[in-house]
Design a protein around this ligand. Structure first.
Ligand code: CUA
Length: 338
């Protein structure tokens, strides 16, 4: 039916399409939103499923008709088959005006209900957290407890967490797919978002508004814990940073407190009170660092201190040209900040 060259082109096209589709598959998909773990994400996912399957039905109907017409009235041989030309059919026109209006009306009911539902202020034992987006990391402020941390959001299981989202610079967007849909983070205004997790676990999130060079490296780790564990974490975070007893770690603290570090970072209980970069009071307790880009290991922290912009494009933390000795001591100090 097809000439060999055309058949080859068709096969190549199909293969490319299959490859493109396959890139959407992942056995390990930390940001997959179809298995929500809490009330808010669950309601949003339910609405998504309803709208999605209605859209699938419309797609199949419209594309099916299109393909039918293309095949039925294709050019055959030399004859130029022109289908019967019809202009103005009142019944048809009324039908295809009413049908989409009905579809939209049906979709509007659960949509409006869900929008009002998830935007209502949560009630009960609510935890308030202020989230501030920075290029390129997230700050979490538990004002009720005086705890400030970065990139790792701890939440108690089964309790609504009411987030106030603010930006220190440009527009970001906050998204932890398993917990809730996206919410923009806009300079000069406070948006709110309620999240909740009913299971313990670590959930990955990501900034989803292009915000500069390291937009893709602006990640979030959410840690949902049973209430007791969460309270334990909170009390630990309330403590001032530890002062090492001696050795490299103590030398590292001296370097930290006598160099540019303290201009940007806070370590509770010391003179370091900078607000530009992440609060490092309990740096060693975090799983990841630098916008949750790297695992928090001594090797990774050393590589980071050697050349931050080289490790993370656009990093606001400059290369301080530290010596190997300074780096070793700073790493010992930072990894002592439990
Ligand atoms: Cu922040 Cu993209």
């Amino acid at each position: 039916m097809f000439r060999p060259s055309r058949r080859r082109a068709l096969l190549t096209g199909l293969l490319l399409l299959a490859i493109l589709l396959a890139t959407g598959c992942a056995s390990h998909a930390p940001q997959d939103f179809t298995n929500p773990v809490g009330d808010v994400a669950d309601k949003e996912n339910t609405l998504f499923q309803v709208v999605f399957w209605i859209a699938v039905a419309v797609f199949v109907l419209v594309e099916g008709l299109l393909i039918f017409v293309i095949i039925r009235f294709r050019r055959r041989g030399r004859e130029n088959a022109v289908p019967a030309q019809v202009h103005g059919n009142t019944r048809l026109e009324v039908a295809w005006t009413i049908a989409p209006a009905l579809v939209l009306a049906v979709i509007a009911v659960p949509t409006v209900a869900t929008i009002f539902d998830i935007n209502a202020d949560p009630s009960g034992n609510v935890l308030e957290v202020t989230v501030t987006g920075h290029q390129w990391w997230w700050e979490f402020n538990y004002a009720q407890s005086g705890v400030v941390t970065a990139n790792e959001l701890h939440i108690p299981m089964g309790r609504p967490v009411h987030l106030s989202l603010e930006s220190a610079d440009v527009i970001h967007s906050f998204w932890i797919p398993k917990l809730a849909g996206k919410q923009d983070v806009v300079p000069g205004r406070t948006n709110t978002l309620t999240i909740q997790s009913d299971t313990a676990g670590v959930f990955m999130g990501q900034c989803v508004e292009f915000c500069g060079l390291s937009h893709a490296n602006m990640r979030i780790v959410a840690v949902a814990q049973p209430e007791g564990e969460f309270q334990q974490w909170l009390s630990q975070e309330q403590l001032p940073g530890v002062t090492p007893a001696g050795g490299d770690a103590l030398d590292g603290q001296k370097i930290f407190l006598s160099s540019a570090c303290l201009g940007c970072h806070t370590i509770g209980g010391t003179i370091a009170a900078g607000k530009v970069g992440p609060n490092l009071t309990h740096f060693a307790s975090r799983l990841r660092f630098a916008g949750s880009m790297f695992d928090n290991t001594p090797e990774n922290v050393a590589a980071w201190l050697r050349d931050p912009p080289g490790r993370k494009p656009g990093s606001k933390m400059p290369n301080l040209n530290l010596t190997q000795d300074q780096i070793t001591k700073l790493v010992a100090f930072l990894e002592a900040l439990k």
